[in-house]
Write a protein that binds this ligand. Sequence first.
Ligand code: SOE
Length: 381
Amino acid sequence: MKRKPLRIGLVGTGFMGRAHSNAYRKVGNFFDLPYEPVLQAVCARNAENVAAFAAKWGYASTESDWRKLVARSDVDAIDICTPNDTHKDIAIAAAQAGKIVLCEKPLARDAREGAAMVAAVERAKVPNIVWYNYRRVPAVTLAKQLIDEGKLGKVFHYRAVFLQDWTIAASLPQGGAGLWRLDVNAAGSGVTGDLLAHCIDTALWLNGGIASVSAMTETFVKQRMHNLTGKVEPVGIDDACAFLARFGNGSLGIFESTRYARGHKALYTFEINGEHASIAWDLHDLHRLSFFDHRDESKLRGWRSIHVTDGDHPYMGKWWVPGLQIGYEHSFVHQVADFLDGLGKGVAVGPTFAEAQRTQVVCDTVLESARTKAWREVAGA
Ligand code: SOE
């Protein structure tokens, strides 16, 4: 298949800038697609850093002002990998310039910003997507297939946690490169927007809409030195959040996230219990899906650990040979592959901005419930 070039303009050179660049570079080697990403330009404020990043990843040019990048006629798509407080302005400007927009999660700091971004891409009719990458871990995509095939039957319970331990030290500052997730002005919220947003995106995808929530949050370290002001300032983010949820399909949800679970670096797990079967997944063992089916012959009944590496498992036919596993970075490759495939067919590929906005609304409702100490209905659920 002759591939058309899709010229990428990347904004941001941090952890996600690397994850996305890696995906653009690899995708064409493994997937047959109508488009080939071209690393046209990368943008970041620090000229030295951006030049080093461009050299390392193979970008043809650099910019130090995202407005210049958005205005360039030799760029087709803007990929936003900068802190959350910059997503709205870049995405809206990119949409107004007629660019395809790819945005790192969460869509925005809150649902108000998210709504403006959805309106902009819909008004401009530009293809758009948000990088909720865990949907495209093959074991998670397999979970989706099993649920859609009705293997679980009626779902009763959805349980998800995302645990980390990297902010326990009270001496850790907030703000600036690497630590903007602790600064409420840059991030919008703490674990709710950063980690629970992943859990909520997966849950909405696998189990449908959330109707109402009851939440509690805590900020364990109340003030931290701010890297940008040099002063000790109040901490405005939630360090931990737990919430109960009622799904539209009648099932009950429990979600928990914290950056204070000593020993856990990125423990994202979920378990879903249905009338016939249950499934469970663990990011630390991401190529396995646990499955229990009550309809199995009773003497053989038990939890199976499916090694999701066979040619007929989602995405796996494109990689090595059965039994050989892939990892975290491949979820980003899969997202690019699906997006480019959709672009060729003229169909939207999720999570679109509009879909990611539903996660944003749940996050806002969770924080509102915690603030008011009351159950809250999720608007538009
Ligand atoms: C936070 O530490 C973080 O990097 C999130 O921002 C990512 O979205 C998550 O996938 C891993 O943890």
